[in-house]
Design a protein around this ligand. Sequence first.
Ligand SMILES: Nc1ncnc2c1ncn2[C@@H]1O[C@H](COP(=O)(O)OP(=O)(O)OP(=O)(O)O)[C@@H](O)[C@H]1O
Ligand SMILES: [Mg+2]
Length: 394
Amino acid sequence: MNTKDKEKYIEEYNFPFCDESSKYEKMAKIGQGTFGEVFKAREKKSPKRFVAMKKVLMDNEKEGFPITALREIRILQLLKHENVVNLIEICRTKATQNNRYRTTFYLVFDFCEHDLAGLLSNVNVKFSLGEIKKVIQQLLNGLYYIHSNKILHRDMKAANVLITKSGVLKLADFGLARAFSQTKNGQVNRYTNRVVTLWYRPPELLLGDRNYGPPVDLWGAGCIMAEMWTRSPIMQGNTEPQQLTLISQLCGSITPEVWPGVESLELYNKIELVRGQKRKVKERLKPYVKDPSACDLLDKLLVLDPQKRYDSDSALNHDFFWTDPMPCDLSKMLAQHTVSMFEYLAPSRRPGHMRAHHHAAAHHHTGVAVAAAAQTQVTKPSSAIVEGYQDRVF
Ligand SMILES: Nc1ncnc2c1ncn2[C@@H]1O[C@H](COP(=O)(O)OP(=O)(O)OP(=O)(O)O)[C@@H](O)[C@H]1O
Ligand SMILES: [Mg+2]
């Protein structure tokens, strides 16, 4: 084939099961990750149907479709649940001379009006206790479902939690997710510990654990739950050691007494850990959280030892969800807010140009897809605890 024929072949090539993105009309940019932009769009043939289109970045691809995007798609195809974002389809641009015959692919999702980071950054959005219960209950339901399906999310944070205008919560961003297995007869897993945005990263990952499991997501759930009252992330470290210090200042010193076996984690003897810290979870959260059963549940999620940390099932059975005020529908409260709220659109909260490059290395076609990633979650220079309290910061 000569070049002309080749070009004609490519232009006319029909991908089965992969529609052209021109069936949607982009309306606004609502997100920017390391890997791609996210747009709100509408379906041309049914203009009342809104979707979110997440671009698959292929800039440096030499070996075809990125493996990390494939992993995300496979996981999203497996997970179908009320509290998990719904992947509708993958679509693509036509390869033409204009784009130098490079196709762009998009993940197309049902559109959700808000993300939790956007909502929490807006002081006009006020959650009642019953509404907070509903949010956290749905979050735990989503985690219960994905963990039952042997999937770890590994990037729990408020920006990855979506909320529809009718008040349904959806876990989103499975870009770092992976399947896990229970280890059999003494074998250990060797997953990368370079996952989870620093502020939401549990102590076992910070100490180099590579044989972790669902408790990593429940730590994040605890951080997000506290944030429902504090309105900003509760532990905003700038470095991994500093993050561990913040954790100890809240949850107490990390010792083999409170966490048997911690001494065998790779970094336990390499990082200088703060000693003599008392556990102050309830004491420090009480001024914000007030409700005693909420404080008690937080105290059971923000537990250093992952084996003792509550799982989603125990959390869902906690009194918090079964005492008055009971979890209540969010749609009425959300109806007062007609403008979408996203982290990306909230300048006060968006960590800006240094934002979250936890996927930086995840894009290569190496075996360990997400290695060498999340250590540089350095964002705004904040220091909620170490340098004293800031406005609205815990
Ligand atoms: N289905 C959706 N409906 C509405 N908004 C969405 C939807 N999916 C994503 N978003 C918005 O786009 C933002 C970014 O999307 P997502 O978290 O999936 O990718 P990302 O953060 O760019 O990925 P990465 O973690 O690779 O950087 C979300 O925080 C959210 O605000
Ligand atoms: Mg995200």
